[in-house]
Design a protein around this ligand. Sequence first.
Ligand code: MLT
Ligand code: ZN
Length: 465
Amino acid sequence: MTDLALIDELMTLVEPGKVLTDAASLDAYGKDWTKHFAPAPSAIVFPKSIEQVQAIVRWANQHKVALVPSGGRTGLSAAAVAANGEVVVAFDYMNQILDFNEFDRSVVCQPGVITQQLQDFAEAKGLYYPVDFASAGSSQIGGNIGTNAGGIKVIRYGMTRNWVAGLKVVTGKGDVLELNKDLIKNATGYDLRQLFIGAEGTLGFVVEATMRLDRAPNNLTAMVLGTPDFDSIMPVLHAFRARLDLTAFEFFSDKALAKIMGRGDVPAPFATDCPFYVLLEFEASNEEVANDALATFEHCVEQGWVLDGVMSQSEQQLQNLWKLREFISETISHWTPYKNDISVTVSKVPAFLKDIDAIVADNYPDFEVVWYGHIGDGNLHLNILKPQNLSKDEFFAKCATVNKWVFETVEKYNGSISAEHGVGMTKRDYLTYSRSPVEIEYMKAVKAAFDPNGIMNPGKIFAVE
Ligand code: MLT
Ligand code: ZN
């Protein structure tokens, strides 16, 4: 069959007008937020039902057509990029909340439900969907599950995985599976649900997800603290953790703050200039908790770990403090950053940071380096900004040479080359720094079981063989 005849056949599987091949759509739906690869899909298809997804997968198997799942395309590892003539399967029309159960505290979502839509729905029910990050306004639940999205509340609530009660999937073979049936307790062998979480769409499509909700937090309160150096950040974490249940513990550097101040729409936290800043959050459910937080702050100042600080006194101040951290990624995207998303266990952070800092100082003396991340989870985002005089390709090539040193250090500390953004295509060649060759063979065997023809998001996580 010619390519045109294939697309004509694809059109018969969905509603009229739900296959697009115009240049603007191919460009928009063929990429995520990474800038490494040029989008080149052959078509975009928008299913409206599980049956249609199943028909698309069967068609793809029959004709050996590669499929790329597409959610909000806010990913940072090129897992949703279609650069090789694939057909993109976009879930924009499967975006409904289908059911809510107040006793199970669960919500049945189609994959195209926007994260914020679920958060707002939970709030309207007096509950809370705690997975949160800056792209919550556009990312979709299906994509969050595909990457096991983390974000800014992991220290308290964990990753997306913790909130998935059950999944309906269409496997790469075209079978529909109902995984875990939303149970809390289910000791019936392999939990296949977990395999689909973080699989980056390489095993099949998530076509329905039951997400759990939590009780709404009580009087969330944030502090931003300035520290004199990198070394003071972890003692501050331990001091606060000893007295409070933290809902967030983030950090960012002076360079990150300078970029945010450059926007002109976010107030400075305080006047003192500090090399690093911590943003922590807790539920100030009563006066005692707030007093404990202030006493801990004073202790940190006495120890010399903190130079200055501020505590939110209103919802507006809480939001403004969060902007200091949440706006970083979008703000620095104008400098085409080379991004790293690395993690180690919390106890190893101080030694790991020293090693990474030395590599950065030795190898990037001329580049602007912006640090931030979820340091309370041991997760650092190291962003190298592109100087204007270098082309994107030259710049990325230079950064890739430094990767070796960064990832060898990650391996030395038994860390992860991708804490939350996923492997996709940008980290694919480095997977062996975090996963052993034997482990990767088992992973490939799992993929072959669900997707024997290799039609599901080929080239993501592993190279096509
Ligand atoms: C963040 O923590 O802001 C996100 O992971 C995005 C990023 O790393 O740029
Ligand atoms: Zn992050």
